[in-house]
Structures are given as structure tokens and as C-alpha cells.
Design a protein around this ligand. Structure first.
Ligand SMILES: C=Cc1cc(F)c(CN2CC[C@](CC#N)(n3cc(C(N)=O)c(NC(=O)OC)n3)[C@H](F)C2)cc1O
Length: 303
């Protein structure tokens, strides 16, 4: 564009592009199978007053398959706008664009798994049910965008403040192809089997109803204040016959689920809330309550 004399063109800066030179690592936030999440400060002015951000990057030097996992997660997050979903901020590429990092907003209170055990005495039933309601609202929105989360658990729900929670990680989220109503996974190495519905364990098929099953386990975690001693891993393993070792767990777990065993009602958990969990754990995905129904039920319990 021809500018009047003396006018300097304003440098159009894309706020979602972060320059690696100004990204300073502060701390580790989490470790995943293929990558990590770090707390960083983005400080382009170099005055030490830049904003804090959460940065997800791949561990290895971005092998093809892994890089496309993170690419898919970035493409997913940039399309999601909801009060109960952690905000996407942008991307940062390094090594001449060979590897990309995902930049998200930082929630210093961490996940429900970190937060609840420490705040057990300040968190009453009403607040727990409010967290449950917000998770369902985020998940209902995710489903409306035709995504399946596949890793809903208390460890992946972040606390914004004592009255707001957000779904914070989309590492295993998949988009359903227009015509399909489920997603079939190929390889699954370290899967969160105790949060998985029978159809996921047996046929590697994920329906939106599979996320409802995982929500039921997340509600169980909420009602136990994410106490490690009553974690799904611990309690399910006690339910499995003759304390099977690693690889047999999956087969034994499917057996007890087919037999109708479920996680028990947590101590001091009202029957109304436990019956909601059980409706998330119907064996047949078609019989399970949906997130819209959970929202209605939770709103009624909160009246
Ligand atoms: C590459 C794959 C991969 C790597 C990983 F480390 C994880 C596991 N990770 C998920 C993100 C995590 C938990 C959530 N939700 N988190 C996000 C924030 C934030 N945005 O502020 C935060 N804050 C916090 O802890 O403040 C004290 N924790 C936490 F890092 C665990 C999952 C993965 O798929």
C-alpha cells in the first residue's frame, strides 16, 4: 500500500505465533508417553514481566507419527471455544520449523488430582457437583464439534479458581469422520484402561458414549476427592481375581465388567450421585445417559 510520507507500515503480528527466542522454561508441569508440558514465560520485551504459558512439546525429535499427533491436537484446540475448555494461545516452531510446540493458557492451581486432596475440607458436595456439571458442559460442547476426548479423567481437568474448572488436555482427542459415529484406534500402548468402557477395551471402538463412561469414573474420582488410596487403579485392582499381573489385567477387567461389577459407592457419596455414575457405566453404549442428560440431572441435584 502506498503510505503518506512519514508513515511507517504497522508490522502485522500474528498473536498466535510465539518466537522461540522469547520462550523461557520455568518448570515442568507434566510428562506424557510421547512428550511433556512445561511452564514457560513468554517475554518478548525482555523485562521479566512476560506472561506465563503452558507449553506442550514432543520428547523425541518429532518422529513423523508423533509430530502428526501433536499437529492434530493443535488443529483440535484452535477450533475449541468454551468456558470449560482450556484456551489455545498459539504455536511456536523451532529448528527451522521442524518441530512445533503447543502454547496454552496456564492454570497455576493445576488439575483436580493435584487440587482436591489439598482442599478436601473447603470443598463441599455442592462444589463437587458444580465441577461435575462444568465438565459435562465442556464435554457436551466437545461432542457437538464431533470430537471424542478418549482421556477424560480428573488428572486432565484443570482448576481455574474454586468455582471454575476446564478440560485441560486433548492428547488423545480424535475427530469423528462425518459419516462415522465412532473412532477405531489402532495402536494403544499405555491406555488409561480403568477409565475405559468395555467397547474400548474389547473392540478398540470409541463412541461419544465411551467418554460418558470415563466421565462416570471422573465423577467417582471427584466424590473421593481424588484421594490416591481410593483411585480407580487401586480399587479396580482389589476387585480383580487373584491380583493378576500387568498384561492379564485387561482380560480380568473385561471379565468383571461383563459380570456387572462396577466401582463401589464412595464413602459419604449420596445414592442420587452414585446412581448417576451407574448410568454412565451401562454395559451397552446405547443405554448410557448422555452429557445433555447428565447436565439436566446435575442441575436438578444442584437446585
Ligand atoms: C505430549 C503429550 C502429553 C504430555 C503431558 F505432560 C501430559 C500430561 N499433562 C497434561 C497437561 C497438564 C494436566 C492437564 N490438563 N497441565 C496443563 C496445565 C495448564 N494448562 O496450566 C497444567 N497446570 C499445572 O499443572 O499447574 C500447576 N497442568 C499436566 F501438565 C499434565 C499429557 C500429554 O498428552
Amino acid at each position: 500500500p502506498v503510505l503518506p510520507p512519514g508513515r511507517v507500515p504497522i508490522q502485522e503480528v500474528d498473536p498466535t505465533v510465539f518466537d522461540i527466542r522469547f520462550l523461557r522454561k520455568i518448570d515442568d508441569l507434566g510428562e506424557g508417553q510421547f512428550g511433556k508440558v512445561e511452564l514457560c514465560q513468554y517475554d518478548p520485551r525482555g523485562d521479566g514481566r512476560g506472561e506465563l504459558v503452558a507449553v506442550k512439546s514432543l520428547k523425541s525429535n518429532g518422529k513423523g507419527q508423533l509430530a502428526c499427533h501433536l499437529r492434530r491436537e493443535i488443529d483440535t484446540m484452535r477450533e475449541l471455544y468454551h468456558h470449560n475448555i482450556v484456551k489455545y494461545k498459539g504455536v511456536c516452531s523451532e529448528e527451522g520449523g521442524r518441530t512445533t510446540k503447543l502454547i496454552m493458557e496456564y492454570l497455576p492451581a493445576g488439575s483436580l488430582k493435584d487440587y482436591l486432596p489439598k482442599r478436601k475440607h473447603q470443598t463441599d458436595l455442592k462444589r463437587l457437583l458444580n465441577y461435575a456439571l462444568q465438565i459435562c458442559q465442556g464435554m457436551d460442547y466437545l461432542g457437538s464439534q464431533r470430537f471424542i476426548h478418549r482421556d477424560l479423567a480428573a488428572r486432565n481437568v484443570l482448576v481455574e479458581n474454586e468455582s471454575t474448572v476446564k478440560i485441560g488436555d486433548f492428547g488423545l482427542t480424535k475427530s469423528m469422520k462425518e459419516d462415522k459415529s465412532y473412532y477405531t484406534v489402532k495402536e494403544e500402548t499405555f491406555s488409561p484402561v480403568f477409565w475405559y468402557a468395555p467397547e474400548c477395551l474389547m473392540d478398540c471402538k470409541f463412541y461419544p458414549a465411551s467418554d460418558v463412561w470415563s466421565f462416570g469414573v471422573t465423577l467417582y474420582e471427584l466424590m473421593t476427592y481424588c484421594e490416591p488410596s481410593s483411585s480407580p487403579n487401586t480399587v479396580y485392582k482389589e476387585m480383580l481375581p487373584n491380583k493378576t499381573n500387568g498384561q492379564m489385567t485387561l482380560t480380568r477387567l473385561v471379565e468383571v465388567l461383563i459380570a456387572g461389577s462396577r466401582l463401589p459407592c464412595p464413602p459419604r457419596c449420596p445414592d442420587t450421585v452414585y446412581s448417576l455414575m451407574r448410568r454412565c457405566w451401562e454395559y451397552d453404549p446405547a443405554n448410557r445417559i448422555q452429557f445433555k442428560g447428565l447436565i439436566t440431572e446435575l442441575e436438578t441435584l444442584l437446585d
